[in-house]
Design a protein around this ligand. Structure first.
Ligand code: FAD
Length: 372
């Protein structure tokens, strides 16, 4: 069987893990990332995305399948959050455990995780990384000499997906929600975390909310999800709605961060199929961007590559013929489009859960009775 080549577009969270998976299978990997080299990992380059994110068992499973030591190394960098802490307007805090057996979701720095995955990919001799290279377009049928397969891991606004749309009858939808987000920081207090580090903190206010996730440096990244208005007096808004958070963050910091920090919009993408013949596939946000309220966008992208790897292995243990690649991609697309579409919907539903239902005690009592 000939040696296989794959071109991966996008060296973000999902693209870098994808590079590792193909390299481990013995493929020659060329990874193209539009951002410039090492600077790419610095938070400023990522400023419009969250500073930290939650990695769950779904994500760990994909790391473990690639290499159990990678999972261990990433686990050493996370802060487990065993439950959510609900902050009422009067300052009362109520802890709600995620799991009776103590399972947790885990806060990890986005730039830390990307760095680990890019370093991991660069350990493979058969991976070539090309930073400062922006994919514009490709003729998927023509590029044979360069690659057998193109993987689009180029995020929510994927160009690879756009090219797929020109080739196949691809159903596609992109929907913006009316709320956006802005990130703030809560510094440590007396050298320690200002609030419990083993919780994901939520200030649910029915139609909007504030959340906070812990960082290794004992600070918290605090995110406001709302219909953000320019010229809004952030301090007054915090004083009226999140007075305890304002005390811990400091009025000056809230005012300046609201002014300076970028305001992100939130949207979700669905498309089907994910593939073109045996030549191209989209993965991660390129295939199924989702709103962040379920904390599953990256986790689901990691699961994509784990699933694809399992399917490829079930089709051929060693080298793959063109037909076998086609069979693997077809199976992947038909299975994964359904699963990912369900997670996109769950993520949307969870916004109402987080900003309103967590304080609806009748709802909580009902959920408790359902569980008995
Ligand atoms: P991206 O992270 O978007 O990476 C795509 C890469 O491709 C980038 O490096 C980009 O520079 C590159 N690229 C783009 N176009 C080109 C091109 N033409 N040529 C070359 N390179 C290109 N997920 C979770 O699992 N848990 C969370 O807690 C969580 N919290 C979130 C909070 C917020 C506020 C947001 C916005 C998202 C959150 N997510 C979370 C979702 C998560 O960030 C995404 O699902 C994840 O980043 C997707 O990874 P990706 O590699 O597919 O895409």
């Amino acid at each position: 069987m000939p040696e296989r080549n794959v071109v991966i577009i996008g060296g973000g969270l999902v693209g870098s893990l994808t590079a590792c998976y193909f390299a481990k299978r013995g493929w020659q990997v060329d990874l193209y990332e539009k951002r410039p080299g090492k600077q790419f990992c610095l938070p400023t380059w990522l400023s419009i995305r969250s500073i930290n994110l939650a990695i769950s068992e779904r994500g760990f499973s994909a790391l473990r399948r690639l290499d159990p030591t990678l999972e261990k190394r990433v686990k050493a960098l996370v802060i487990p959050m065993h439950g959510r802490m609900i902050h009422s307007l009067d300052g009362t805090q109520t802890s709600q455990a995620y799991d009776v057996f103590g399972k947790a979701i885990n806060s990890v720095g986005r730039s830390t995780l990307i760095r680990v995955l890019l370093d991991e990919a660069s350990q493979y001799k058969n991976v070539r990384m090309h930073f400062n290279h922006e994919f514009q377009q490709a003729d998927f049928d023509a590029g044979r000499a360069d690659s057998d397969l193109i993987v689009g891991a180029d995020g929510a606004y994927s160009r690879v997906r756009q090219r797929l749309m020109a080739k196949v009858m691809l159903n596609y939808s992109q929907t913006y929600i009316e709320h956006g987000y802005c990130e703030f920081s809560m510094p440590p207090r007396n050298g320690d975390f200002a609030i419990s580090p083993s919780h994901l903190h939520i200030w649910p206010r029915q139609s909007f909310m504030l959340i906070a996730l812990p960082n290794q440096d004992k600070s918290f990244t605090v995110t406001l999800f709302d219909q953000l208005k320019t010229g809004q007096d952030a301090v007054e808004f915090f004083r009226a709605n999140f007075p305890d958070a304002l005390d811990l963050m400091g009025a000056d910091k809230v005012a300046s961060e609201y002014m300076v920090n970028p305001k992100g919009s939130l949207m979700y993408v669905k498309c089907t199929p994910y593939t073109y013949k045996n030549r191209a596939v989209v993965i991660g946000d390129a295939a199924h961007a989702m709103v962040p309220f379920y904390g599953q966008g990256m986790n689901c992208g990691f699961e994509d590559i784990e699933e694809l790897d399992k399917i490829m292995l079930s089709v051929a243990r060693d080298g793959m013929s063109d037909d076998q690649i086609l069979r693997a991609l077809d199976t992947y697309s038909s299975k994964r489009t359904k699963d990912a579409s369900a997670i996109v919907d769950l993520a949307l539903d969870n916004y109402v859960e987080m900003r309103a239902k967590v304080i609806d005690y009748a709802y909580l009592a009902r959920k408790h009775l359902e569980g008995l």
